[in-house]
Design a protein around this ligand. Structure first.
Ligand code: FE2
Length: 333
């Protein structure tokens, strides 16, 4: 596998002040630098994860993907040359701005700017969250996932799989068409939704503790108009999450409990139960789409679609309850 994780993102916004408030007070990120033109945010031991650019238009301006070694970077360059995809080396100034050792810049077939980088720098001091949270699940899994809307699904899917080496996790054809890709054991680091307009659907950030998400939901609900999807649980990565609209119009999914997969044995499949097991009432879907999504959730519930929770180490207690009925029931499942 060539790319190892989503390292950072650049975001367009004409309101850096609103972003500073949203990122620190709701998401719990740390603001590290603010100039007239950019806002730099941390979410872990890395120097920078989000760069908010004073650019109109909203949405993602760029995605920065990391590779584990120079050999992997060379493999990516060879693949791009074979596929006749133009790319350029990052200048020393750009590497300094991104806090990386080196990297390349290119566009995907839909026109999204992609940067592929080596050795993103660690900060000298610890992460100080903007509000009290236990922290984000990042490390080898990267900052989370990015979901883009593309008008031409086939060409873009082919590029990410055949040229950049992403692997298909699964896909859904109703109530919308979406493909989910992994590049590490996070169920998906990238997803594409077919829509007429090129854009950014959402970014996902995963928290260590379910209460971080619930407490964030309470904060989000103080301005209900910014809820993009209510609290719910996804049927593919099992993430319990809610969505809010960012000041850049796309959404951030704020979640807990994402499934990890074995990348060597994983087999992709079509999800037939819809995108969510429960909840996730989507403000961004039209009424017909919402109705279809609701119907699929009701059917999933009727059909006994229930999944175990995925919990990080030191973040759970196994119940002392020893119930014969449940033990038999669990075994039968
Ligand atoms: Fe998501």
């Amino acid at each position: 596998m060539s790319l190892s994780a989503l390292a950072y993102v650049g975001i367009r916004s004409d309101d850096l002040g609103e972003w500073a408030d949203y990122a620190t007070n709701l998401l719990g990120m740390q603001m590290v630098d603010r100039s007239k033109k950019t806002l730099s945010l941390r979410m872990d031991d890395r120097k920078q994860r989000f760069i908010i650019h004073d650019d109109p238009g909203g949405g993602l301006k760029l995605m920065g993907w990391e590779v584990a070694s120079r050999a992997d970077l060379e493999t990516v360059c060879n693949k791009l040359e074979e596929a006749k995809v133009p790319y350029s080396q990052m200048t020393p100034t750009l590497c300094e701005e991104r806090f990386v050792k080196e990297g390349i810049v290119l566009n995907d077939p839909a026109g999204n700017r992609v940067e592929i980088v080596l050795e993103p720098a660690l900060a000298d001091d610890g992460f100080v969250p903007g509000r009290s949270i236990s922290g984000f699940v990042t490390g080898p899994l990267g900052l989370g996932h990015a979901v883009l809307t593309v008008p031409d699904m086939d060409e873009t899917c082919r590029f990410y799989q055949e040229v950049l080496g992403f692997k298909l996790s699964d896909f859904v054809l109703s109530p919308f068409k979406a493909y989910f890709f992994h590049t590490n054991s996070r169920h998906h680091s990238l997803a594409l939704i077919e829509m007429p307009k090129l854009g950014t659907h959402h970014l996902m950030m995963e928290l260590y503790n379910l209460d971080d998400v619930g407490q964030g939901y309470d904060i989000a609900l103080t301005k209900p108009e910014r809820i993009g999807a209510t609290l719910g649980r996804h049927s593919n990565d099992f993430m319990t999450s809610f969505y809010t609209f960012t000041p850049s119009k796309f959404m951030i999914e704020y979640g807990w409990g994402g499934k990890s997969i074995n990348v060597d044995t994983w087999e992709p499949y079509e999800m037939k139960d819809g995108p969510s097991l429960w909840g996730h009432e989507r403000a961004w879907l039209d009424e017909a789409g919402r109705e279809r999504a609701r119907e699929m959730r009701m059917n999933a519930a009727k059909n006994n679609v229930r999944e175990p929770v995925y919990v990080t180490g030191d973040n759970y207690r196994v119940s002392e309850i020893d119930c014969l009925w449940w033990n038999t029931e669990a075994r039968n499942r």
